[in-house]
Design a protein around this ligand. Structure first.
Ligand code: KG4
Ligand code: ZN
Length: 352
């Protein structure tokens, strides 16, 4: 089975062809970084127009690189949400058009589901159920992944996502956008013990996250230092911040492992996904935690952690194998929780 995947939910235009034999035949990602850089963040209207400009050509290149044409496909999958609605519309309409003309099944993939299932593309041994830490620019969640389409949320952030915290902290330190990779580079050789930053939520019951207090602490630390920051100060602050995030994530994961184990004694792995999973210090920290708990630690390769279309194509493969394609009347969803039964987190814009 060959599936074309399309990703347009944020600022990456991506197209990929993946087989049900776990072969990634092509995986193209076109970043819009330069278009958004002057604004210090993603501008939705610019993103949508850029997707429109580039997607057709990129799909053509993804097919050519895979050595196939549209007639060889068995299905088309596109991110159907959550995300910036203008961009999602572009990807969904393109996928529907191909599916309609070629009479192929169409799969609207939840972007979070794509991140959640990526590890099964790269690790044939990974069976359900597993515990997933999804840490990206827009999301920070712990989920019990029980099967295709079966996700139970154990915890979520009550304010910022982990990647968002990296981006904001990096901005405060005068590092570029996106902040995560820049901050990780700056942290190299820095002293993680120099700044005494808070470990949000550490020791609290439950598995929810919070990062806004940490961001404020970084702001106060920056204000207390001579401006502009020296390389040494910046490096120490970046290392201290990274360590605080890693500590906070590890504490929440430790609790989630206990909760997951209680419900799923047959679960064998802790999986990490999303852009922040590209961070080596965080990966190392979580690997230790998993191994101490007797779980396997599974992290997809870096290029599959950040947004890409191979994860969307693979989610399409999984959904088609499970017999769950979508109709061409699917309406893109700017909001689309993976676990609709999960209660909103306290403090997340909802009165407790
Ligand atoms: O999954 P992703 O590509 O897009 C979303 O769905 O959000 O994640 C992007 C996020 C950004 O916030 C970026 O700063 C963060 O992942 N990120 C990192 C690293 N690489 C990307 N954060 C920390 N360390 C990194 N090496
Ligand atoms: Zn993502």
């Amino acid at each position: 089975m060959l599936v074309l995947g399309i990703e347009t939910s944020c600022d990456e235009t991506a197209a990929s062809v993946v087989s049900d034999g776990r072969e990634i035949l092509s995986n193209l990602v076109l970043s819009q970084l330069e278009e958004h850089a002057p604004y210090g963040g993603v501008v939705p209207e610019i993103a949508a127009r850029a997707h429109l400009d580039h997607l057709d050509g990129l799909v053509g290149r993804a097919l050519a690189e895979a050595g196939i044409d549209l007639g060889d496909l068995d299905g088309v999958a596109a991110t159907g949400g959550p995300g910036l609605i203008g961009g999602v519309l572009v990807g969904v309409m393109t996928a529907k058009a191909i599916a309609s003309v070629r009479r192929l099944p169409f799969v609207a993939v939840n972007h979070l589901e794509a991140h959640a299932l990526t590890a099964r593309l790269t690790d044939p041994e990974l069976r359900f159920p597993y515990l997933l830490l999804l840490v990206s620019g827009g999301h920070c969640q712990l989920l019990a992944v029980e099967g295709v389409g079966r996700y139970r949320r154990l915890g979520t952030t009550i304010d910022d996502a982990a990647g968002e915290a990296f981006d904001k902290a990096a901005k405060l330190m005068g590092l570029g956008y996106p902040g995560g990779p820049a901050l990780e580079r700056a942290a190299q050789g820095g002293d993680p013990a120099r700044f005494d930053l808070p470990r949000p939520m550490k020791g609290r019951p439950g598995c929810d996250f919070s990062f806004s207090g940490l961001k404020t602490a970084v702001r106060l630390a920056v204000d207390s230092l001579p401006a502009p920051l020296s390389d040494a100060d910046r490096s120490d602050l970046a290392a201290s911040f990274q360590q605080a995030v890693a500590d906070s994530l590890a504490d929440r994961c430790k609790r989630a492992i206990a909760a997951f184990r209680a419900e799923h004694p047959d679960g064998t792995a802790l999986v990490v996904a999303g852009g922040v999973a590209a961070n080596a210090a965080i990966r190392q920290r979580l690997r230790l935690l998993a191994e101490r708990a007797g779980l396997r630690f599974v992290a997809p390769p870096l290029r599959l952690c950040t947004d890409n279309a191979a994860m969307v194509a693979w989610a399409g493969v999984e959904r088609l194998r499970a017999g769950s394609a979508d109709g061409l009347d699917f309406a893109p969803r700017p909001r689309w929780p993976l676990d609709p039964a999960a209660r909103p987190a306290r403090g997340a814009g909802v009165k407790a």
